[in-house]
Design a protein around this ligand. Structure first.
Ligand code: ATP
Length: 330
């Protein structure tokens, strides 16, 4: 496929991705096929394929050194792969780097700004690079940097440096943005603020590729998540799909007010297991398990005291998928 000459023209061969609503499909903003990268003998990205839909917030999760940053740097064209193809809105970032920078921005894990540059100078410098940048003062205020304009980059706290690098990535009004460890080093309020920025980007139709170590962040923000381990995609699904696949959707616990027919609970639709521990009944099952269990208890005239219902989290799915594999060590 020859690269398009304009960022707004996307070849008709651009792959599409399933739409959540089913039926129709959404065009892929980012399409990766068979991507590979090795440093010397060490393969760090190993046959990665992904399609990210326009307007999607797509998460990449994985342990340290699993190849996440290398993958997104190849998507941005900062690095060239050894094999495979990448298309960003139909453009090839390895050969069309200039056109790609007009539609894609990347906030890298480590900022590449010089320590002596002031915040205002950084905003002015980056604004001058783009044809139609966002008004930088507004962006600075929004990211809580308005009062630090005269400070040098090297004097900012880690969280402030992080916010500056996010702000600079957004100045270009990108259609696709890559945020690498978005909230690392941010305090809880600043983290909420940058999460809101991601939601605003999604609402504005921007495609967001989010590299993160935070399960909470991934679960909160992402439409779909790829879990990468040792350079390979181990799972790719919605957060709910990953949790379901890990078999831990919902756990109910309660202390029954009277003897309970546990066998009846075990036979209810969606119930996977019923256990008793220290006077507490633990029922695990699918995400809709709570309603039939409560109805059955009511029919047995049993009150579920100290009732707690926990929905499953991504942690289990992540740990299952990235656990050390004995056969690989062998
Ligand atoms: N320029 C380089 N030269 C040699 N090895 C490299 C280079 N860049 C990265 N690596 C190695 O490639 C592997 C993958 O690195 P990468 O930064 O992509 O991982 P990551 O999943 O983003 O990790 P983290 O979560 O720690 O940021 C690591 O083992 C890293 O040491």
């Amino acid at each position: 496929m020859s690269p398009s000459t304009s960022p707004s023209t996307t070849p008709s061969t651009t792959p599409s991705t399933p739409d959540d609503a089913g039926g129709t499909t959404r065009r892929a903003a980012v399409s990766v096929r068979g991507l590979c990268k090795a440093y010397g003998e060490k393969v760090v990205v190993d046959d990665v394929s992904l399609d990210i839909a326009e307007g999607e917030v797509f998460g990449i999760l994985g342990p340290n050194g699993s190849g996440k940053t290398t993958t997104v740097e190849m998507i941005a064209g900062v690095r060239v792969g050894d094999a495979g193809t990448v298309r960003v809105l139909g453009l090839d970032p390895w050969t069309d780097r200039h056109q790609v920078t007009k539609v894609l921005s990347i906030q890298l894990q480590e900022s590449r700004l010089q320590a002596k540059i002031t915040v205002q100078e950084a905003f002015e410098l980056f604004s001058a690079l783009y044809d139609d940048p966002l008004p930088w003062r507004e962006t600075a205020e929004r990211l809580g940097l308005g009062e630090h304009l005269a400070r040098r980059f090297g004097q900012l706290s880690g969280g402030q440096q992080q916010r500056l690098s996010i702000a600079l990535a957004l100045l270009a009004r990108p259609r696709v943005t890559i945020l690498d460890e978005l909230s690392t080093g941010l305090d809880p309020r600043a983290r909420r603020d940058v999460w809101q920025i991601v939601r605003d980007l999604r609402a504005a139709g921007v495609t967001v590729l989010l590299v993160t170590h935070s399960m909470e962040e991934a679960q909160e923000l992402c439409d779909r998540i790829a879990i990468i381990d040792r350079g390979r995609v181990r799972a790719l699904d919605t957060p709910e799909g990953l949790i379901r696949a890990a078999g831990e959707a919902t756990v109910m616990s309660f202390v029954p007010s009277a003897p309970t027919d546990l066998e009846e609970l075990r036979l209810l639709p969606g119930v996977v297991s019923v256990e008793v521990a220290e006077g507490q009944v633990l029922v695990s099952g699918g995400e809709d398990v709570a309603v039939p269990v409560l109805a059955a208890l009511a029919a047995q005239d049993v009150l579920p005291r100290r009732l707690q219902v926990r929905t499953g989290s991504l942690d289990t799915a992540y740990l299952d998928l990235t656990a050390p594999r004995l056969e690989e060590h062998a």
